[in-house]
Design a protein around this ligand. Sequence first.
Ligand code: AMP
Length: 307
Amino acid sequence: MTVKNPVSLVIVGSIGLDTVATPLERREEVLGGSVSFACAAASFFCKTGMVGVVGDDFPAAYAALYGHFGIDLSGLQRVPGKTFRWEGEYANDMNDRRTLRTELNVFAEFAPTLPASYRSSPFLFLANISPDLQTHVLGEMTAPKFVAADTMDLWINTARPALERVIRSVHMLTLNDSEARMLSGEHNLVKAAACVRAMGPTYLVIKKGEHGAMLFGPGGVFIVPAFPLESVLDPTGAGDTFAGGMMGALAALGRTDEAAMRLAMVYGSVVASFGVERFSLDRLAALTRGEIEARTAAFRKMITLEA
Ligand code: AMP
């Protein structure tokens, strides 16, 4: 059977109504969640299918925004109840963040069933969501060519055996530096990366916020800085935007060799740099592929030795 409108990347994760306070501004119930940021970022590169759940209070304008990005929504469930909510507060330097509130709501009972058009997707990104759900979604796929996963401190602390099952089953894991240390018990990031890669994944990306990201793989280490910005309004979702952009670029290339991984790291970094310029998905909603290419060209000049 030929599947209509196949997607080349499927992403599962959280959809949240976020309340975010930075030292300068506070916004209530803006669109967030790992799958929102990741799908929006990936949509600049490839046809992306979203797997997630919202309650019947989910604003129509936010659903329309997903449509604006051209995200395939056949894996998005709307169920009775309240949408997941999250509240966080940033310290003065915008690096440290405190979670003030997490309300699972419809997330607690979420059991995704993948549409037929998603099952044969070659690329799958298990964005931050409970590891049991990540495993469930992976099990619904026919034979994905490349699977990546992200996670967070909560699952490292509360669901370690389930998380280890996910880590064993994926080609690439993305963590921020503190999560890599927590998961491995190693302070040194090179040692931490070796330890995490020994748990299963061929590739590990360690995200370091404003200090960029490191790719550890069979070809050694590759490092990208963060694109230098004069002003960062809201770093929420930067990691998801990075990973979504990276996976979207890989799916568009249709390759995961070393050169493709490096180029995808650069695209991930560039798209994430746009995302943090405004709250929520506001900047990504106004972004064009042309702007991405222009910033990528400028970024390449910043990181080469050629004068
Ligand atoms: P990041 O800044 O990359 O850590 O991502 C922030 C996003 O993660 C926010 O938009 C939240 O809605 C979402 N989030 C926060 N806590 C959780 C959780 N326990 N599970 C899944 N997503 C979450």
